[in-house]
Design a protein around this ligand. Structure first.
Ligand code: NAP
Length: 476
């Protein structure tokens, strides 16, 4: 109990602190409530509802009753516990809860109606979301609650983040923050700082990054920082869609305004947009969506993002020999970008057919991997070789590096083994962070009409990467 109280008092950023009495061996209501600085919600979750309480239901009921008698601001009572008398007697301070850790119950509306009919002050329903679009069931449910009713509707799992961050939009009176990652919780600090939770309302514009996986992306940090700096009422979420249809359904349901698109949806979403510019059609993939009512448009800002640092450095490209390592999605964008500037392109990849396909896009040629030293003026790494955590790897041996510019698309680490070797060999070097920021700036500008500061986006990305690298379990 002493430890529970200590942790309770460390929390300063929340409005209400949930005291999980089922997390201690010796639950003691009086001790839990004594000296509290913030309002509390007392919970003593039964084992059959996913909690840790091991005593009898009678003892548990008594603990909850004591909490109500002793003036706890709220007490969580499981709907399935059938502690009807307690719910009736203390209705306003009761959070009547129901959790489904497997999925969305078939008769969610019926369940919600039954829970609301008890008169409990707050009805909390938490369901496991398996797809982004499962969140929409809760959005619809939230709309059925009247102005005088209070609900908390949560989709558990990482696909349910929207229900936490956009609590107001989902009709929730509050949301839960913390470190229980299995259910998709994020920390209060992240909720408040990265997602600006306090200023989000039901009308806040929603953007996001759609892909799979997206959990470790720095894009939410960059775009949210830029929205904050520009004073724009918008938020940007990581959206791990199960497939393209899942995202499309979700985006329509939430009336999203736009999205960044990453692997594996750059091609499948291109095939679904109403219009795409020439660049997207040439590359055959997009990385940005803008949604205007029913109209979906696609662009590929990787091209502008890639060229930005080359232009910033005033590097001439016309007629120069450019060697591209890799033949995946980014290699296609880089090839098109360099061709648009008049460079002569050679593609080097371990799969020759894929290299030929990229080269054919820009009337370029295919070369061996690794390319010979002095065979290029610009060498661009479009493979993931050397990316965190394989810091000692490089796509080419140092003997293949001599004069010229080496551009590594990898941004974690900021300085890869390839760039270190290149600098030692006397080459000029460019890291992937410049491109990352450049493509994000172009997305933001297309969505909002305003050019965000590269400094703001770069600082947010760097902070997020250092948090990620500092946490070896990647639990951030
Ligand atoms: P992708 O579509 O998966 O393509 C990766 C390419 O690298 C493929 O050609 C793949 O060959 C090749 N490859 C993978 N492992 C290899 C190895 N061990 N040796 C040789 N070739 C190898 O990925 P992508 O989207 O193009 O991204 C590539 C890298 O660029 C990633 O590190 C990504 O983070 C980075 N990137 C950075 C930015 C930025 O803004 N800075 C933007 C986009 C991408 P196979 O096809 O034979 O597997």
């Amino acid at each position: 109990m002493a430890e529970l109280r200590r942790q309770r008092d460390l929390i300063t950023e929340a409005d209400i602190v949930e005291l999980r009495l089922d997390s201690v061996d010796d639950p003691d209501v009086t001790a839990a409530l004594a000296g509290r600085k913030l309002p509390v919600l007392v919970t003593c979750r039964a084992g059959w509802e996913g909690g840790g309480f091991e005593g009898t239901e009678d003892v548990r009921r008594r603990i909850l009753e004591q909490a109500l008698e002793q003036g706890a601001d709220y007490v969580d009572i499981e709907w399935r516990a059938n502690f009807d008398e307690l719910v009736r007697k203390y209705a306003g301070r009761v959070v009547l809860s129901a959790h489904d850790f497997n999925g969305v119950p078939a008769d969610l509306d019926g369940q919600a109606r039954a829970m609301r009919s008890t008169g409990a002050g707050v009805v909390k329903i938490a369901v496991k979301a398996n797809r982004l679009s499962d969140c929409l069931t809760l959005l619809d449910l939230g709309r059925t609650f009247g102005a005088n009713e209070r609900a908390v509707l949560i989709a558990m799992g990482d696909v349910g983040l929207a229900t936490r961050v956009l609590a107001q939009r989902f009709g929730s009176a509050w949301t839960y923050a913390g470190g229980v990652q299995d259910v998709g919780q994020i920390t209060a600090r992240k909720l408040l700082e990265q997602f600006r939770f306090r200023s989000i309302n039901a009308a806040t514009d929603v953007y996001g990054l759609v892909g799979l996986p997206v959990a470790h992306s720095v894009s939410p940090a960059m775009h949210n920082a830029a929205f904050t700096a520009a004073g724009i009422d918008a938020v940007y979420l990581p959206l791990p869609a199960a497939d393209a249809d899942d995202f499309i359904t979700f985006a329509r349901g939430l009336e999203m305004k736009g999205a960044s698109v990453t692997i594996p949806y750059k091609v499948s979403l291109f095939e679904r947009v109403d219009d795409a510019d020439d660049l997207v059609r040439t590359i055959g993939a997009l990385n940005t969506l803008k949604i205007d009512g029913d109209r979906w448009s696609g662009r590929n800002t990787d091209v502008a993002g890639f060229l930005q640092p080359l232009h910033d450095r005033g590097l001439p490209l016309s007629g120069r020999r450019a060697s591209i390592l890799g033949a995946g999605g980014s290699a296609r964008a880089v090839a098109v970008a360099l061709a648009s500037e008049g460079a002569r392109i050679t593609v080097h990849a371990r799969d020759e057919k894929k290299a030929q396909a990229v080269a054919a896009l820009v009337s370029g040629s295919v070369g061996r991997l690794p390319p010979a030293a002095n065979s290029w003026d610009l060498l661009v790494n479009c493979t993931p070789v050397g990316m965190h955590p394989r810091l000692d790897q490089s796509p080419v041996p140092s003997s293949a590096l001599a004069r010229g510019v080496v551009y590594d698309l990898i941004y974690n680490p900021a300085i890869t083994r390839l760039l270190r070797d290149a600098a030692t060999a006397g080459c000029d070097t460019i890291g992937g962070l410049d491109m990352l920021v450049g493509q994000a700036q172009a997305q933001f500008e297309w969505w909002t009409g305003r050019r965000p500061s590269s400094h703001v986006m770069r600082a947010a990305a760097t902070r997020r990467l250092s948090e990620f690298n500092a946490d070896e379990n990647h639990l951030i």
